[in-house]
Ligand binder design. Structure first.
Ligand code: 5GP
Ligand code: MN
Length: 338
C-alpha cells in the first residue's frame, strides 16, 4: 500500500459512507476477527458499515464482540445483496479472489463501489482499487492493525476491537507457533494486550468449547489416519456418514489436519472431508518447511492459500479423491524426501 493510496483512503473515509465488509466463505477466526475489528473502527468514524458474510461461521466464534450484527448472506440474501449494491466502499478481507465468496461473487462483480482488499494469501487478483496484500503477514488481523496504524488511528482501538484482532492472530498462527509469527506480530499483540485484550479469556473461549461428540469425531479421524512413510506424508479422511454419526457442526473439524503434521518426520498432512450437501470433498493441506501446499492445492485441487497452509476441493467421491491423491504423491517424492 503506497503513501498516496493511504492518503486517498483517508480522504474517502473523511465523510460518512455506506460500507460493506466481506470475509471469505466459511469464515475462520481471522476472517471474522478482521472484519469485525474493521467494522467497529468504521462505525466509530460515523460510517454506515455492515459485515456481510457469505455464509455461517463456527460456534466457537459466536462470542466475538458485535458478531450479532453480521448479516449472513445465505439466510438473508436480499439484504446482503442490497447492502453490496448500494455500498460506496467494499472492503474484502482475508481473501483475494472473488470466487472465494461463492454465493456473493455475482453481487460483488456487479457492485459499483470502490474496492479495498486487505489480505495475506498468495497470488492476489486485481479487482480492488486499493490492494493491501502481504503474504509475509501472520494474518489479516495483523494487517488490519497495520492498516489502522497507516491511517494514524491505532488510538481508536477499543478493548473489543483488540479482542477481535487478537482472535485472528491467535487462530491463524496456531497460537503463535507457525513460521509466519514474527517479532512484529508479537509487538502488535503486546499493544493489543495494552488496549485491553484478555489473552487467557480469548483462548478459553476459542479452544475450550469441545462437545463430547466433537472429541469422539476426533477419535474417528485419528483412527482413519494413513501414514505414507516413504513420502513423509499423513492424511485423514472423514465421510459424511461419520460426520453425521457425531452430530457434526461447522467448525468441528478445525485443527484436525494438524494431528497428521504432529507425527515425527511428517512434512505434509491433509484431511479429506466429504460434504454431501455441496457434492464435494473439502481438502485442507498443511506442511512443514518449504514443501509448497499452496501450489499443490492450486495444481490438483482447485484451491490455494499459503506455502504451509492451503485448502481445495474435489468433485470426485471420497474414495476416488484419495485414490487420485495417492497417484499424484509419487510425483512429489523428491521434494518430500529432500
Ligand atoms: P483451511 O484448510 O483451514 O480451510 O484453509 C487453509 C488456508 O487455505 C486458509 O488461508 C484459507 O483461506 C485457504 N483456503 C482454504 N480453502 C481454499 C480454497 O478452496 N481456495 C483457496 N484459494 N484458498 C483456500
Ligand atoms: Mn487469514
Amino acid at each position: 500500500m503506497t503513501a498516496s493510496d493511504i492518503a486517498e483512503i483517508k480522504q474517502l473515509l473523511q465523510t460518512p459512507k455506506k460500507i460493506a465488509i466481506i470475509p471469505h466463505k466459511n469464515p475462520d477466526g481471522d476472517a471474522m476477527g478482521s472484519t469485525l475489528a474493521l467494522y467497529q473502527y468504521l462505525i466509530q468514524k460515523n460510517h454506515d458499515a455492515v459485515v456481510v458474510s457469505p455464509n455461517d461461521y463456527p460456534d466457537f466464534l459466536k462470542w466475538l464482540p458485535f458478531e450479532n450484527k453480521v448479516i449472513n448472506a445465505e439466510k438473508d440474501t436480499e439484504s446482503a445483496e442490497k447492502i453490496i449494491k448500494e455500498a460506496d466502499l467494499i472492503f474484502t478481507l482475508d481473501f483475494n479472489h472473488l470466487s472465494r465468496v461463492a454465493n456473493l461473487q455475482n453481487a460483488l462483480e456487479k457492485a459499483e463501489a470502490t474496492f479495498i482488499m486487505i489480505d495475506h494469501h498468495q497470488s492476489p487478483d486485481d479487482y480492488a482499487s486499493y490492494t493491501y496484500s502481504d503474504v509475509s503477514m501472520s494474518s489479516t488481523c495483523q494487517m488490519v492493525y497495520h492498516f489502522l496504524d497507516f491511517l494514524g488511528d491505532t488510538a481508536m482501538i477499543t478493548k473489543e476491537m483488540a479482542t477481535c484482532i487478537y482472535t485472528g492472530i491467535v487462530t491463524d498462527t496456531g497460537s503463535f507457533r507457525f513460521a509466519s509469527t514474527t517479532s512484529t506480530t508479537h509487538h502488535v499483540v503486546a499493544s493489543l494486550l495494552d488496549r485491553g485484550a484478555e489473552n487467557a479469556t480469548i483462548h478459553q473461549k476459542i479452544y475450550n468449547t469441545n462437545s463430547k461428540s466433537r472429541l469422539q469425531l476426533l477419535g474417528v479421524a485419528l483412527n482413519n489416519l494413513v501414514v505414507k512413510k516413504d513420502y513423509h506424508t499423513a492424511y485423514i479422511s472423514l465421510s459424511q456418514e461419520e460426520l453425521n454419526q457425531h452430530d457434526f457442526k461447522k467448525g468441528d473439524t478445525e485443527g484436525f489436519v494438524n494431528y497428521g503434521l504432529s507425527l515425527k518426520g511428517i512434512k505434509f498432512a491433509l484431511i479429506f472431508i466429504e460434504n454431501k450437501d455441496e457434492g464435494i470433498i473439502k481438502i485442507s493441506l498443511r506442511s512443514i518447511g518449504d514443501f509448497d501446499v499452496n501450489s499443490f492445492a492450486r495444481t490438483h485441487f482447485s484451491g490455494g492459500g499459503h506455502t504451509n497452509a492451503a485448502g481445495g476441493k474435489s468433485d470426485l467421491s471420497l474414495t476416488k479423491t484419495i485414490l487420485a491423491f495417492e497417484k499424484i504423491l509419487p510425483h512429489y517424492k523428491k521434494e518430500l524426501t529432500s
